[in-house]
Design a protein around this ligand. Structure first.
Ligand code: SF4
Length: 187
């Protein structure tokens, strides 16, 4: 039985997680499933960066390719402030389902390397998916290694994204600029 299926949100975030797991003697299989990333060029850049990086470091990788702008926006548009719960659930559900189907002991996610993500919610959702499919969810707090991992990712010249993933987070990124433009053009 294989040990751990690790959902990977992007290559830069995987750096610290894989280092920590290696120190614990765990060699996971990576799993790409991120229909929350928009627009398509951004999705493609992150997916292909991970494919190249996995090849470079010899990481086994399963790709579940699904670009999902319309499905995602339809699902969250009624409650945009709480969209992350849906986003975590979709990704962890598919990771748990795949872990079970492919005979892994457990699954986890690189999402918990980010101090900006809601760890309690990820844990809760991961445990729910674990119960649904009968496969263990392992919560790792990778966040203390976040800065170090990002630095190593820059040194490895990985593509570094500028926002979390969905179009709403892209809008958040430009919020100050949007306000500034509004003030300038609507005087
Ligand atoms: S902000 Fe990030 S975690 Fe939240 S819904 Fe958007 S992509 Fe998903």
């Amino acid at each position: 039985m294989r040990e751990l299926l690790l959902h990977i949100c992007c290559a830069p975030c995987s750096v610290a997680c894989l280092a920590q797991l290696a120190e614990e003697g765990i060699t996971p299989t990576g799993f790409w499933y991120n229909p929350n990333i928009h627009p398509y060029q951004e999705y493609k850049a992150r997916r292909d960066t991970l494919i190249d990086y996995a090849q470079k470091i010899g990481l086994d990788l399963i790709i579940r390719d699904e670009y999902g702008l319309q499905k995602f926006t339809k699902a969250v548009s009624g409650d945009i402030p709480n969209r992350c719960a849906y986003c975590y659930a979709v990704r962890l559900d598919e990771t748990a389902r795949t872990a079970k189907e492919q005979g892994f002991k457990a699954f986890s996610t690189t999402l918990t390397v980010s101090p900006y993500q809601n760890h309690d919610l990820i844990r809760k959702i991961g445990e729910k998916a674990a119960e649904k499919y009968g496969v263990e969810f392992r919560y790792y707090d990778f966040a203390p290694r976040f800065r170090e991992g990002q630095q190593k990712a820059r040194e490895a010249e990985l593509y570094m994204q500028k926002y979390c993933g969905c179009i709403y987070s892209e809008e958040d990124r430009y919020q100050k600029q949007i306000q500034k433009d509004r003030d300038q053009f609507n005087q």
